[in-house]
Design a protein around this ligand. Structure first.
Ligand code: ADP
Length: 501
């Protein structure tokens, strides 16, 4: 564990963290929850309380929906698309200017290494605001050459208009608190919607800090409402609310099912970005050095708390012993510690519950007979650390090979040929991402076609961009976030007929 002292907190962040209670953002105002209840959020590296947060429940969701409706009918709708673009670009400018403060907050609330927050989360979040900031003036309908058989020779004009869906409920997880918030807000706002954002109870602060920034950028009151709270109360109220037109949910497949059920009351639209158990496949003809890095980063980035974690590693048998040993060696020597230390490569898990959950999977791996090559335990001391864990000789039907662990635990298995590895890689309920390492172009593309996943990475891992669509197949969800495809999520298409006869 690293021990170097942490850098000074940015003054903007110090000011934010000095608040006695972090209030809800509703209708442009900072308010207590109507119940008066609060909850604490913790620094996972130390277990200490980082802040106290007002807790939203269904009554606060009602208030936020009313504020969002009012904003939709008032100031937000009156802004021209060009003005909406300016607001989003201003938000991107502000975020870039405050990158240091936001990165530190991500590390303090989530535990991730500051180097990842700075080099990954922050530029990606600003990039999303910039990318979607360009869309408002480019979202348009089409004219359609319609025919009406029962009026021969008649003339009609038909056109489509892309309108905002209305009030969007965004329920997000704790693994990328800022990025997940921006990934939902940027396209939703670009399309002219109002949003009720519920951050995860483990990491509520980034969304609140972002709420301040968005008001400053000129987002009118009520357009973005931030309601920290718990899943079964605030989250469930958003999923079921009849005044909410669409829900975008990112989290576990299990909770995703609940959200789909709850959303059926008013048939609100839903998009789901759910779990994964993604295969990371190395052929013997790959650039093995690059592949070794890709295997390590694929599973251990963000402490393995990525829906896209490469948690099932398949290595062609001739290279299996060496690659497995190299992965285990890397895991044993990784610099793990408080994420605020710039030299830290791996931080703690987000919460003690998450640590317990991950440890129970590790126990199941040991019990079911997988070979433990690295890690396997949680270091003593404060903080929710779990050592990066590598299991070899894992069987396809073991729990660690089938269930999403959402932690730094990888299952490594040998394979013998292409058709075998395709069928084993696809033998999961999930289908978020897959990766293939090979120098054979033909094999790479055949694999990309055969793997059932929303994204396939060839000779790389964890690459994402604001312009590239993101989402899963099977139990990993539906709908695509990012790219122009996200516009489908946040607009509804109106069909207009004009009789020209
Ligand atoms: P994770 O496994 O990443 O913790 P969850 O699916 O448990 O993911 O949580 C993701 C988000 O869903 C969080 O914001 C959480 O509060 C919310 N949530 C949990 N349960 C429910 C529920 N029943 N209805 C709506 N949202 C929920």
């Amino acid at each position: 564990m690293s021990t170097t002292t942490a850098p000074q907190l940015h003054p903007d962040l110090q000011k934010f963290l000095a608040k006695k209670t972090h209030q809800l953002l509703i209708g442009g105002q900072w308010v207590d929850g109507l119940s008066g209840r609060t909850f604490d959020t913790f620094n996972p590296a130390t277990g200490e309380v980082l802040g106290t947060v007002a807790e939203a429940d269904s009554k606060d969701v009602d208030a936020a929906v009313a504020a969002a409706r009012k904003a939709l009918e008032g100031p937000w709708a009156k802004l021209s698309p060009a003005e909406r673009e300016k607001v989003l670009h201003k938000a991107a400018d502000l975020l870039e200017a405050r990158a240091e403060a936001f990165a530190q907050l991500e590390t303090l609330d989530n535990g991730k290494p500051i180097r990842e927050a700075k080099n990954g989360d922050l530029p990606l979040a600003a990039g999303l605001l910039r990318y979607f900031g360009g869309w408002p003036t480019k979202i348009h309908g089409e004219t359609t050459p319609v025919s009406v058989p029962y009026y021969p020779g008649s003339k009609f004009l038909h056109y489509t208009v892309r309108e905002p869906v209305g009030v969007v409920g965004a329920i997000i997880p704790w693994n990328f608190p800022l990025l997940m918030a921006v990934e939902r807000l940027a396209p939703a706002l670009a399309c002219g919607n109002a949003v009720i954002l519920k951050p995860a109870e483990q990491t509520p602060l980034a969304a609140l800090f972002l709420g301040e920034l968005l008001l400053e950028a000129g987002v009118p009151p009520g357009v973005v409402n931030v309601l920290p709270g718990f899943g079964p109360t605030a989250g469930a109220a958003i999923a079921a609310h009849r005044g909410i037109d669409k829900v975008t949910f990112t989290g576990s497949t299990e909770v995703g099912r609940e959200v789909v059920k709850a959303s059926s009351g008013n048939m609100k639209r839903v998009s789901m970005e759910l779990g994964g158990k993604s295969p990371n496949i190395v052929f013997a003809d790959a650039d093995l050095e690059a592949a070794a890095k890709g295997l390590f980063m694929g599973i251990f980035y963000n402490q393995g708390q990525c829906c896209s974690a490469g948690s099932r590693v398949f290595i062609e048998r001739s290279k299996y012993p060496d690659m497995l040993a190299a992965l285990a060696e890397r895991a044993k020597t990784v610099r793990q510690g408080n994420g605020m230390d710039p030299k830290t490569h791996m931080g703690p898990l987000v919460s003690s519950e998450q640590r317990e959950r991950v440890m129970s999977f590790i126990e199941s791996g040991k019990k079911q007979g997988a070979s433990l090559l690295a890690g396997g335990d949680a270091p003593a001391g404060p903080g929710y650390f779990v050592k990066p864990t590598v299991f070899g000789d894992v069987k396809d039907d073991m729990r660690i090979s089938q269930e999403e662990i959402f932690g730094p635990v990888v299952s490594v298995m040998p394979f013998d040929d292409v058709s075998e590895v395709v069928s084993r890689a696809n033998n999961t309920d999930y289908g978020l991402v897959a990766a293939v390492w090979t120098k054979d172009v033909k094999k790479a593309h055949l694999m990309a076609s055969a793997l059932k996943a929303g994204t396939v990475w060839i000779n790389c891992y964890h690459f994402v961009d604001a312009a590239a669509p993101w989402g899963g197949v099977k139990a990993s969800g539906y709908g695509r976030e990012k790219g122009q495809y996200a516009l489908e999520n946040y607009t509804s298409l109106k069909s207009v007929w004009v009789d020209l006869n």
